[in-house]
Write a protein that binds this ligand. Structure first.
Ligand SMILES: [Zn+2]
Length: 193
């Protein structure tokens, strides 16, 4: 199989794509909505592949303590149900790192839509995070991200993921087919499928 894997999107798949579509393949409570929908149970009757997007956002209006509470719930679900987390994180990277350490979580944590700097990325990677890049990224971070830790996503961008593969392959100076097979390996490692 040769697919363009999209690790986080709000759109259904196009031909030749394998996607983790929000609310279809993954489910979670976004920190922006954490004060509207109190978490009760994870909908475990649905075969979601991943849990999220969830996380921490210091720029939104939801009280941070409430975000923490809701996010901790997702960490628990992720560990009990053995499903990876798709994480939205804005200006809360220190908290994110200490949560990873303190919770001793073993499931993969995917930092989605990463636009941060190289140094920040490297400490995330050293704590076992996967870094998911969309169309907007810091080129230096992309260039120094090990392929085994790199994922690609469109999020809510309407452009096809193949365009991003193209762009990233050029930026990294590797072939699209090498990039796709690495993304496929990462997919298998994360989802065990
Ligand atoms: Zn999203």
């Amino acid at each position: 199989m040769k697919h363009f894997i999209d690790f986080h999107t709000h759109h259904p798949s196009r031909q030749g794509e394998l996607v983790i579509q929000q609310d279809v393949d993954s489910w979670g409570i976004h920190p922006w909505q954490a004060d509207q929908s109190a978490p009760t149970e994870f909908p475990s009757d649905h075969p979601y592949l991943a849990i999220g997007e969830c996380g921490l956002d210091k720029v939104c209006t939801t009280p941070f303590s409430l975000q923490m509470e809701v996010f901790l719930k997702h960490i628990q679900w992720s560990e009990t149900l053995r499903k990876p987390l798709i994480i939205h994180c804005v200006k809360a990277f220190d908290e994110m790192l200490s949560l990873r350490r303190q919770s001793k979580a073993t499931q993969p944590w995917i930092l989605h839509g990463f636009r941060g700097k190289k140094q920040q990325m490297q400490s995330l990677i050293s704590h076992g995070f996967y870094i998911s890049f969309g169309f907007h990224y810091n080129p230096q971070s992309l260039l120094s991200c090990p392929l085994e830790s790199m994922l690609l996503e469109t999020d809510d961008d309407p452009r096809p993921i193949s365009l991003l593969y193209n762009q990233v392959a050029i930026e990294l100076g590797i072939s699209i087919s090498k990039l796709s097979s690495q993304m496929e390996n990462n997919y298998h490692t994360i989802f065990g499928a």
